[in-house]
Ligand binder design. Structure first.
Ligand SMILES: NC(=O)c1ccc[n+]([C@@H]2O[C@H](COP(=O)([O-])OP(=O)(O)OC[C@H]3O[C@@H](n4cnc5c(N)ncnc54)[C@H](OP(=O)(O)O)[C@@H]3O)[C@@H](O)[C@H]2O)c1
Length: 282
């Protein structure tokens, strides 16, 4: 069996170690490659992936939206997310699914079993991952949702898309990215979902001023890297419960493996391989 992760950059992706450990535990000989495909190159690359005999692939930044467009069959999860992070090739046809939101919710349930449904939720960053998570919120519920994005039009667009999905189940507010708004929003938030790409690079600043982080606020940073992200470290120092995106990566990857193999994923083995590669304890 032949799989891979496509994206740009993918050189540091931890998916291969986790997926190969999973396949090995299932007793299946499989390959899993990192495949760098630059932005704008997906349409030309897909026929080459099929020619190369890939049985499926994970799809990461910046291709999830384009992969949705190029998929020939969409699972309900892909339709809900309007994005594809898992492709399965079935009789030459591209079947697209999205395991990001379910992976995020499983990670959240695992660390904070009593926190779902999230109560007052603030989403910082309305890019691909932020959109996917919030489109999933109506099915698990929350009491209010605030959207803040550097580019305010992106937050407005997401608000517009969410409105028919959410109906009158909970209010959605959109705020501009500035200090007074962040201060107000964070003082009224139970769960901060950090979904900007700030924190990927060592030199990135904190996405929110540290003075605004107070318990009982919980912080879920979708970013993961070797060691803690700056936001998680500072939030913990300030007494907040905080977690990074490694658990989300694990669960979305395990769900991908279940789609490909049709079997329950060996979560313990995959977790051990992933956390070891990330230099973490399980
Ligand atoms: N843990 C996991 O399994 C998992 C899964 C998927 C993604 N992720 C993480 O989530 C992050 C976002 O992924 P994505 O697919 O949503 O990316 P994306 O679609 O490119 O969106 C990037 C987001 O980050 C914001 N942003 C970028 N630079 C910023 C800056 N300097 N200041 C403020 N905001 C900034 C963007 O705001 P603008 O709209 O203003 O540009 C946008 O909201 C990635 O870095 C990835 O590591 C983790």
């Amino acid at each position: 069996m032949r799989y891979g992760v496509i994206g740009s950059p993918v050189a540091h992706s931890l998916s291969p170690v986790m997926q190969l450990a999973g396949w090995s535990e299932l007793g299946v000989q499989a390959e899993y490659f990192r495949i760098e495909i630059p932005a704008g190159g997906l349409e030309r690359a897909v026929p080459l992936l099929l020619q190369a005999g890939l049985d499926g692939w994970n799809c990461t930044l910046p291709h999830k939206g384009e992969m949705f467009r190029l998929s020939e069959v969409h699972s309900p999860s892909a339709l809900q997310a309007q994005s594809v992070n898992t492709v399965q090739v079935v009789q030459g046809k591209i079947h697209g699914s999205s395991t990001d939101a379910e992976g995020w919710s499983r990670a959240l349930r695992e660390i904070w079993p009593n926190s779902l449904p999230p109560k007052r939720t603030l989403l910082l960053g309305c890019g691909g991952v932020g959109q996917t998570i919030t489109r999933f919120l109506p099915s698990i519920g929350c009491s209010s949702l605030t959207l803040i994005n550097r580019d305010p039009q992106r937050a407005e667009k997401l608000h517009h898309e969410l409105t028919p999905l959410v109906g009158n189940r909970f209010p959605i507010h959109v705020l501009d990215w500035n200090m007074p708004n962040m201060t107000r929003a964070l003082s009224e938030t139970d769960l901060l979902i950090q979904a900007t790409s700030l924190g990927l690079k060592e030199e990135d600043p904190l996405p929110v001023p540290k003075e605004l982080l107070h318990p009982p606020l919980r912080v879920y940073d979708t970013i993961y890297r070797k060691g803690e992200t700056l936001l998680v470290r500072v939030a913990r120092e300030r007494g907040c419960e905080a977690e990074d995106g490694l658990g989300m990566l694990l669960h979305q990857g395990a769900l991908s493996l279940e789609i490909w193999s049709g079997k329950p994923a060996p979560l313990t083995t995959m977790r051990q391989a992933l956390y070891q590669a990330a230099g973490r304890e399980t």
